[in-house]
Design a protein around this ligand. Structure first.
Ligand SMILES: *[C@@H]1O[C@H](CO)[C@@H](O)[C@H](O)[C@H]1NC(C)=O
Ligand SMILES: *[C@@H]1O[C@H](CO)[C@@H](O)[C@H](O)[C@H]1NC(C)=O
Ligand SMILES: [Zn+2]
Length: 410
């Protein structure tokens, strides 16, 4: 009697190839739109945003998870590039740093026009797909970037910002961050302050996607109740599989389903397995879980490449997306579900946000919180350069001016 046990490994190898080929076939017409990539932060910290530095050439970039060849190999067709400035710039030069990161994203598009196409709407993403380019959009990570000003929010919109993460890992004066839920930070707004509510209303009016990655549970729930348009988690995974407060718990996943919103799964090991090590298969577990609880229409990818120190084996850089898609196919995801996770779900949310936006409606005129007007003497916050004597005396003059002015008024 002959046994076919020896066929099994062979079958496994052949089907592995079959799923990978199937993934590539799907991705040729529906490339991935990723929710969060920190290459701009790498460009700042490694090259001081000097794109003409030979080492910064994006076709030969080494030591980053993202480069032009890797994006092509990964079938990346849309990317929200993160315009991020750390929390320690809050109330200092956060706005300037944000503008500089938006500028470097625009310069990437100008310098590599065969690869990147900077776009600001869903139609632009579809156009970039057609032309085989990477649709490039600006996501601003951290509400501190608007410095509690709706005027700054609107100006960032005009510079191309199409999502704003309401907090990074610090409270803003109007929204709480996830560290409130670990007890490492104190709740201030208990969700959204009244000013925070006007920020969300103004984002709805403008057509900026609200991003709930990094916010506290109360803030997630407050926004899911208030927002007239669906929202995203640009880089967050499932709390049920890894009890990290950056992840989304099941009760919120049900609200995500009810509002037609979207969770773009983060690949950071610490959020995937709650351990320093993780695997591609564990990332697929998160995608499976979110699909089971919130629906296949609520799943996306937000790899957080170049923003985190540890990535799963099998998902080391942006070239690996087809392997993850092959794994979903192996797990019986239908072609429509896969296309949804790759791009269609984000496009649906973005189109709904565009539908809700209304530029004919007059802008919110919530006054700038008074405390903000008083603190006009800002410290100059530089990464490498100390302020010159002229800058220092300029700052001193700026600080003295209101004092002199009030003396005149006496
Ligand atoms: C990057 O390097 C490639 C070849 O390695 C070269 O063709 C290209 O002009 C360079 N791009 C920039 C913007 O320096
Ligand atoms: C929400 O759940 C319902 C019922 O399970 C499902 O039909 C629907 O497609 C889900 N919505 C999304 C956006 O996945
Ligand atoms: Zn982040």
């Amino acid at each position: 009697m002959w046994s076919s046990w020896w066929l099994l490994p062979l079958v496994a190898v052949c089907t592995a190839d079959r799923f990978r080929e199937e993934a590539e076939r799907i991705m040729r017409s529906t490339p991935v739109i990723d929710g969060h990539n920190d290459l701009p932060w790498q460009l700042l910290t490694k090259f001081n945003n000097r794109l003409r530095d030979q080492r910064a050439n994006l076709t030969s970039l080494a030591h980053t998870k993202t480069s032009i060849p890797k994006l092509k190999a990964g079938f990346v067709g849309g990317q929200f590039w993160s315009a991020y400035t750390p929390c320690n710039t809050q109330n200092k030069d956060a706005v300037r740093r944000t503008l500089e990161q938006i500028d470097v994203i625009h310069r990437m598009c100008q310098m590599y026009p065969e690869t990147f196409m900077c776009v600001t709407d869903s139609q632009g993403i579809r156009q970039a797909f057609q032309e085989g380019k990477v649709a490039s959009l600006v996501g601003v990570e951290g509400g501190h970037s608007i410095d509690s000003s709706l005027g700054v929010l609107r100006a960032l919109y005009h510079l191309g910002m199409r999502y704003l993460t309401l907090t990074h890992s610090c409270n803003t004066p109007w929204a709480d961050n996830w560290l409130v839920d670990t007890g490492d930070d104190v709740a201030q707004s208990h969700g959204l302050s009244p000013f925070g509510q006007s920020v969300v209303r103004e984002m709805n009016r403008l057509g900026v996607i609200v991003d709930l990655a990094h916010v506290s549970l109360a803030t997630m729930k407050a926004v899911l109740r208030l927002s007239k348009a669906p929202v995203i988690f640009s880089h967050s995974s499932a709390y049920a599989l890894c009890a990290h407060r950056r992840n989304v718990p099941d009760d919120v996943l049900r609200l995500v389903n009810e509002t037609g919103s979207l969770v773009m799964v983060n690949f950071y090991n610490d959020h995937v397995s709650c351990k320093p090590e993780a695997t591609l298969s564990q990332v697929a577990d998160h995608l499976d879980h979110i699909k089971a609880v919130a629906g296949a229409g609520a799943v996306g990818f937000g790899g957080d490449f170049d923003g985190v120190p540890r990535l799963p084996s099998g998902l080391e850089d942006v070239s690996k997306y087809p392997d993850l898609v092959a794994e979903l196919l192996r797990r019986q995801w239908t072609e429509a579900e896969v296309r949804g996770a790759l791009a269609a779900n984000l496009l649906r949310v973005f189109e709904a946000v565009e539908q809700v936006s209304n530029h004919a409606q007059s802008p919110e005129e919530e006054p700038i919180p008074l405390g903000k007007l008083e603190t006009s003497c800002r410290t100059n916050y530089g990464y490498s350069e100390a302020p010159s004597l002229r800058q220092q005396s300029g700052a001193l003059l700026a600080c003295l001016a209101p004092l002199l002015l009030s003396l005149c008024l006496l």
